[in-house]
Design a protein around this ligand. Sequence first.
Ligand code: UD1
Ligand code: CA
Length: 470
Amino acid sequence: MDSIDLSVLILAAGKGTRMKSNHAKVLHTLAGRPMVQYVCDAAEPLHPRHMYLVIGHQGEQVQKALDGPSVRWLWQRDQKGTGHAVLCFQEAHPGASGDLLLLYGDTPLIRTETLRRLVDHHRATGAHATLLTARVENPLGYGRILRDGSGRIQAIVEERDASTDQKQIREINTGIYCFQTAPLFDAIRRISSNNSQGEYYLTDVIGLEAAAGLRIESMATEDRYEYAGINSRMDLVMLEKELRSRKLDALMKEGITIRDPDSTFVDDTVRIGRDTEIFPGVVITGQTAIGEGCRIYPGVRISDSVLGNEVKVLDSSIIVASRVGNGTTVGPFAHVREHSEIGENARIGNFVEVKKSRLGNGTKAAHLAYLGDAIIGDRVNIGAGTITCNYDGYQKNQTIIEDEVFIGSDSQLVAPVRIGRGAYVAAGSTVTEDVPPNALAIARGRQVIKQDWVEKRKKAKPYGKGTEGR
Ligand code: UD1
Ligand code: CA
């Protein structure tokens, strides 16, 4: 395709009133990405000379949310309609020429292939404007295509402005167009806001161009997801469901077993290696990469994390913004929190919480522990009930546990503290001072045995009223 003459303009300034949201509509996510990102990604492979994005409502957030696209931002401070958005473009770039592929930011499932065909069709026919249309069962909410007796497009009428007869028309405007820029600029200055919404409709350009005898072409799509615009939460969920199921299909084709696609949520951004098996009720989101041969058991959530190969995440565990090495087991009921790094062949077991900590290879914390702000070496054994007391009421302090240390059960390590290589901490210790390498630290009350204490007590103080039930 001749990329020299093609620019892309994406309209994303609207508030999205029908979403009933505090956030700009185009920022609502589908399978982990803002909807407008999909539109940019679909257009990008056409290598347009420029890609412009019209922003307005919460425009700064839209700028921030878009994942490094090479777009040129264009502000539409008051959103007076899709036609007004194009007017803003014209004011900012009056000298723009060539063809303009115009898309709406709320139509995320549009495919690159269709855009390419639309531009090709536009050029092959020499049209002044080419519309992507669709024949649909239920045209509710879409602009209708009006044609004359010989089938030539005359205009687009919006649902709200359509007569009862026009509402019967089932050919709709998808909101995806290819325009010759010069006649578009000419017509856009002549549209009015004289309609039910008091807005400037881009769609009125089609009526003006047709009336001026310009050539309006159309191309149809049959893919009902491709043209679906998101106006409500129901639309959002409907399209997200489709996207998710495409993602799971793609994963299965790559050799991943997904036991129950209906209850599995995997973001579009996630990568998973072959022979990994995913059980029902699993949610994997964000920038997550999972290696080969892993098993992710029911009720697990993994976000923005990297898992090596052969990792097992047992039932009802959460891993967030962390890394887990090859062959390691996490869970059940484990919580690996942000910025943790678990080594290879390690074990984070039942009811263990790890936060901002590094655990070495072969290290085990098998039951009931809290490990926060800790650096833990290789082959360390963390007994059940171990707690790093990392917070002193003012700040977080670090615990360092060197290689091959053994921490007995129910120990508290009061940070900042260092346990030297190979040292042992006796069960039930409250460690407040550094332990040298290879030492044994016992930091608990010594056990006292009082022989026959019970008998003596009974004699001194016989059972009285109210103690019979003891
Ligand atoms: C629009 C079309 C309709 C078409 C439908 C397809 C018009 C007048 N109508 O209706 O014919 O069938 O899309 O989905 O174009 N926007 C701005 N600035 C504004 C207003 C809107 O940038 O001032 C952006 C929105 O952010 C949105 C897009 O334009 O991404 C479409 O706006 P929306 O209000 O959703 O138009 P529809 O009513 O769906
Ligand atoms: Ca819309």
